[in-house]
Design a protein around this ligand. Structure first.
Ligand code: 3HC
Length: 293
């Protein structure tokens, strides 16, 4: 409507350089999102090889875009030129925003937030893309909880439009508004939500995925039949295809968090999910999950 521009969130803390911590699927996708939108990105990983892995994955993704005629060689070179790799967190001293996408382990996250607090310049926004941990707890590891916020991207980050923007009672208004404006500036669709387990999407999606496993366990239908039926309703992927994309370890952790938070016994992780994780069959990333790749 006519008031849309007036209501649009504004960038209230200038962002030109973004730091991304982590070298997994989500980190790589998030780096790609910011670099394609013109931001300089510093990628911090635990070793040269891991950081190189992110650069290689992005190069491959850009090559695909070139092959499909969505990007030319100059455009590709420009995106790559915006990337800087580093193996020390100190490289984040001058960035305007950090998005962390490291392991979903509270102690590891708390140590990272303490480091960011020590290293980052005053006023830097400290964001986490955690899908199952409390933003308030991450904020509590810093002396600047007003600067801490959740930016929950979805997999694959370069394609999925949604970003859940998660504020705590302590998140500053200008941090929230800047992050929502930044989502629009990178072609994303921000939705604000509170700091509760599963936020919005995972709180609804993972009980469904878990129920799909239980349906299969009850011998009601094969994996293929269930995937086929759900896709024919218009979903882009069936539940088992999606579980394999997300990663069974990640799905198990999310499901456990939901049970812990809401105490809903029917949501207890399905035995097959536990077994696949114990067997190291984590999905696409290990070439074996509910399906083989
Ligand atoms: N990086 C960059 N671009 C990619 C990409 C990637 N990893 N994967 C796909 N693309 C691009 C393709 O180049 C293509 O672009 P174009 O049409 O403009 O040429 C476009 O995306 C569509 O890709 P494809 O044609 O290859 O394949 P599909 O049409 O089957 O789409 C999909 C692939 C977008 C992954 C689709 O299958 C899908 O939407 N799946 C569901 C994903 C989903 O629900 N994710 C949420 C999981 S939950 C989560 O992440 C929460 C967390 O906390 C666990």
């Amino acid at each position: 409507g006519p008031d849309a521009a007036a209501d649009a969130p504004q960038i209230r803390r200038p962002i030109s350089t973004v730091g991304v911590v982590g070298t997994g699927t989500m980190a790589s996708g998030i780096v790609e999102v910011f670099a394609k939108s013109g931001y300089d990105v510093v990628v911090v990983g635990r070793g040269e090889e891991k950081v190189q892995g992110v650069l290689d994955r992005i190069t491959k993704s850009l090559d695909k875009a070139v092959a499909r005629g969505k990007l030319d060689e100059d455009g590709k070179a420009a995106v790559l030129a915006r990337l800087t790799g580093a193996t020390e967190r100190e490289a984040l001293a001058d960035v305007d925003l950090v998005v962390e996408a490291i392991a979903e382990d509270l102690d590891i996250k708390l140590q990272l937030f303490a480091d960011l607090d020590r290293i980052c310049k005053p006023g830097a926004i400290l964001a986490t893309t955690t899908s199952s941990l409390s933003i308030a707890q991450c904020a509590g590891a810093t002396s600047r909880p007003a600067d801490v916020i959740g930016m929950h991207f979805f997999n694959p980050a370069p394609v999925m439009k949604l970003v859940e923007v998660v504020t705590t009672e302590q998140t500053a208004e200008d941090v929230d508004e800047t992050v929502r404006a930044l989502c629009f500036a990178t072609g994303k669709h921000p939705v604000s939500c509170g700091d509760r387990a599963g936020f919005i999407v995972n709180a609804l999606l993972f009980p469904y995925l878990n129920d799909a496993i239980r349906l299969h366990e009850a011998e009601g239908a094969s994996l293929e039949e269930i995937d086929d039926a759900m896709k024919a309703t218009g979903l882009p992927m069936g539940p088992f295809e999606l579980l394999d994309v997300v990663g069974n370890d990640v799905s198990l952790a999310i499901q456990q968090t939901l049970v812990g938070a809401f105490g809903h016994e029917g949501w207890t992780p399905a035995p097959t999910l536990e077994k696949l994780v114990a067997d190291g069959k984590l999905g696409r990333k290990t070439k074996e999950g509910f399906h083989s790749y």
